[in-house]
Design a protein around this ligand. Sequence first.
Ligand SMILES: [Mn+2]
Length: 467
Amino acid sequence: MTYDSFDKALENAVSKFKLCSDKPIRIISHFDSDGISAASILIKALKREDMKFAVSIVRQLSKNVLEELKLEDYSCYVFLDLGSGSLSLIKEFLKDKTIFVLDHHKIEDVKSDVIHINPHLFGIDGTTEISGAGVTYLFAKKLNIKNKDMAHIALVGAIGDVQENKGFFKLNNDILKDAIELNNVEVKQGLRMFGLQTKPLHRVLQYSIDPYIPDVTGSEEGALLFLDKIGIEAKRGNKWKKLVHLDDDEMKKLVTGVILKRLGSEKNPEDVLGPVYTLKNEEMESPTKDAKEFSTLLNSCGRLRKSSVGIGTCLGDENLKHEATKVLNEYKGEIINSLNWFYKNKSKMIEEEGFIIVNAEDKINDTLIGTLASMISRTNLYKEDTVILTMAHTFDNKTKISIRKTGRKNNNLNLLSLLNEIVTKVGGEAGGHSYVAAGALIDQEKEEEFIKVARNLLKNRMMEEKV
Ligand SMILES: [Mn+2]
């Protein structure tokens, strides 16, 4: 029933959309990997129908963005991977327009008369079952069945929103079936590690936090020593070997070696294997070959304000794909710098039981602050369930805030409502996902007040938990 009505709603939306097909379409999408994937899917679909369009990729749907859209004279607007949190605001700025919102974020209000497609409306979990790119994909598929050839991009988007966890669920899994059917994706069991196609093997092991490898995770020396012990050469000739270079025999040695290392200290030592998604039409050792690495590539394009490079990559433009690899490297450099800054200044952070607050001010690019929070949450520096709040200044005198927590335990700590509670007291906008990641924007002058309110609230949470 739920899925049927979701499907019906998509169908209805598509038939309304077809009425707009003679005029140019205005697309607005989110700047993360899911949003860029969503935009790419719709662009491909519109090109196929010979429809005209213009695209903007934005960090969030702020009043400034809507103010600018208001000045344009399109008649049909499509919001992707955002909008569900600001339906009435959209309508307020774009009064007489036809508006489509294809999103999977939490819904703020439903009374507005936009054409709204969101799984949550049908009791389907938009946090785990389908992403913004997924919703856009289902929409595009209804528009023209040929758009099934973009299923793999929808998966790349879902991975970006952390919807893959040793497999895809329900709607995402149906999308995976489409991608496999078209022979665009191949799924194989392999080591659940990041960087199979592009990173040196010892680095992959060194950076593997889940699964955690005792004596190896976090140590380059430990990783090299481990490879030596299990009889795998780290280099082939004078080049570092990658995971994709290993033959079957070496692969077995590696898997057994990792499991043995985990025996005794880890809860499920054999829990190191999982599905690996390989894009069949991409070149070996390219960051677009492995769906997880592809997703990171798109994310870096968005963060460094080069979304068009990411879109071009999704659409298969070889030049832009090449450009995207450069963007990825630049991004990695910035991430390393921000982590280094954090380690150097760690002692100056607010650190109390159950939470830390990191105010980077202008030391870290505000588009990297969420990534920094995620990375801190994945280190072993803090106890399970610690709330990580990071902050940085934006160009326009605002402060961007990100919230994450350590551990993978699903414990009903709603990060979004926690952040909302703080932001409501000081004024500002919050958005994101309830349990995975959320962010907010406040005026810079409210920073001190924000920290004060946050501290009190987080302290209370710890006290309540102890009672
Ligand atoms: Mn999303």
